[in-house]
Design a protein around this ligand. Structure first.
Ligand code: AMP
Length: 415
């Protein structure tokens, strides 16, 4: 594997997998350019180094060619952010794409149309769900063969490969994993990938102590692998949000209509935390409501005494003040998942308080990593993204990497 920092791009055509899967308005204009903006350092490095770029990405989940998923809609934003004209190949497999890539001059960018207009990108046949198994098997075998050609063709456009799409690194797709093998001596991560991997490795492999993880969100079941892995690494584990009530129930509390899952699992986690001397912090008081809506009646309540007909939807100020003590003395902080239903303003206070405390701790010298779709949305909502050390862009990919899974997109570059 090569390093983007030292690779000589002079005279090279780099095919780069970006994550340009950005939201578009009804008028098909980019409404949030974060992902395109994040790609600029990699783009600049290659072009300033005397190379040219064949940029590829997916956009949305098309089932074939669909105008609303065309990458042509991102061109004006990409041109503005990259500071140069962007050429466009309207079919990533077309003769035009091959021709345009061959004629690329140093400093030029060619954007390929949405890779997912071809089923070969994901390698998943597009068949009606109720298709007979033998039809599915035959389609899969056929697609596997045509996927090889798809990969060959993409690879033929360039002489080096850069993967800068962390958000799709957990998928073994043509452009995220398979293509890497075509460039055994000329493959590397882009700056987004490097940043993401370094941030997680820093936190999980060499954290400055005390290390505190704050986990929230609705379900403990979906985060069980991460919780278990973190128990071997952290000093403090703060559990909030919907997942905390299963623990309160396991401890004999009354949780009313709050979210509840497998109580045994919670007992197992508590025992494991104790065995590893990890301090576990749960909410002591929550904001409860008599319905899951902005119009519901609300009041503060001891988390062990929630009446029937009421559910806990946010961490109270008393709870976040208790957590403040723990978070403020930490040198490393990992936060994944909101500690309340932050999408509804009435239940956003706890998550906002946590965001502010993490930002304060960062100002005072802690390293903070915020990851996972909802906590990133929360930190952005409260305007604190630039007050923490690192905000991860890769939702599912980040969680899988934290679980210790070898991400196909990462493995393909490293091996
Ligand atoms: P997850 O996808 O598991 O990280 O969960 C994120 C979701 O958890 C967000 O949409 C929150 O609204 C939700 N959530 C957080 N706290 C609670 C709670 N106390 N009750 C129900 N949902 C919650």
């Amino acid at each position: 594997m090569q390093s983007i920092n030292t690779y000589d791009f002079k005279g090279k055509r780099a095919i780069i997998r970006f994550d340009f899967n950005v939201p578009l308005s009804g008028n098909l204009e980019v409404t949030d350019d974060t992902r395109i903006r994040a790609a600029v350092p990699t783009i600049k490095k290659v072009l300033d180094g005397g190379g040219s770029i064949v940029a590829m990405s997916h956009l949305g989940r098309p089932e074939g060619v669909e105008n609303k998923f065309s990458l042509k809609h991102i061109i004006p934003v990409l041109e503005k952010l990259a500071g140069r004209k962007v050429l466009f190949a309207p079919d990533c497999m077309g003769a035009e794409a091959a021709e345009m890539s061959k004629n690329l001059k140093a400093g030029e960018i060619l954007l390929l149309e949405n890779l997912r207009f071809y089923a070969e990108e994901e390698g998943k046949p597009r068949l009606p769900k109720d298709s007979p198994q033998e039809v599915k098997d035959a389609a899969k075998a056929e697609l596997k063969a045509s996927q090889k050609q798809f990969v060959e063709k993409l690879a033929s456009y360039a002489n080096c490969y850069v993967n800068d799409a962390f958000g799709t690194a957990h998928r073994a797709h043509a452009s995220t994993a398979l293509i890497a093998a075509k460039f055994p001596n000329d493959k590397m991560f882009g700056y987004i990938m490097t940043g993401e991997l370094n941030a997680v490795d820093k936190v999980l492999d060499a954290p400055e102590r005390p290390f505190t993880a704050i986990l929230g969100g609705s379900k403990v079941s979906s985060k069980i692998t991460i919780i278990k892995r973190l128990l071997d690494k952290v000093d403090n584990l703060i559990l909030g949000g919907g997942m905390s009530f299963t623990f309160i129930k396991a401890k004999g509390g009354k949780i009313g209509n709050s979210l509840c899952e497998d109580v045994e699992l919670a007992r197992e986690i508590m025992a494991a935390a104790e065995a590893r001397k990890v301090k576990l912090y749960l909410p002591s008081e929550v904001l409860i409501a008599d319905g899951f809506s902005a119009e519901a009646n609300t009041r503060l309540c001891n988390i062990y005494e929630i009446p029937d007909g009421w559910e806990g939807l946010d961490a109270s100020p008393k709870t976040t003040e208790e957590w403040r003590e723990v978070i403020k003395q930490s040198k490393t902080i990992l936060w994944n998942g909101p500690v309340g239903v932050f999408e509804i303003d009435k239940f956003a206070g706890g998550t906002k308080a946590v965001a502010e405390i993490v930002a304060e701790a960062t100002t005072e010298g802690a390293y903070s990593l915020i990851g996972g779709g909802d906590s990133v949305a929360a930190i952005n909502k409260f305007g604190l993204a630039n007050k923490v050390s690192y905000v991860s862009t890769g939702g599912g990919a980040l969680l899988e990497y934290m679980e210790g899974i070898d991400l196909p997109g990462v493995k393909a570059i490293k091996e």
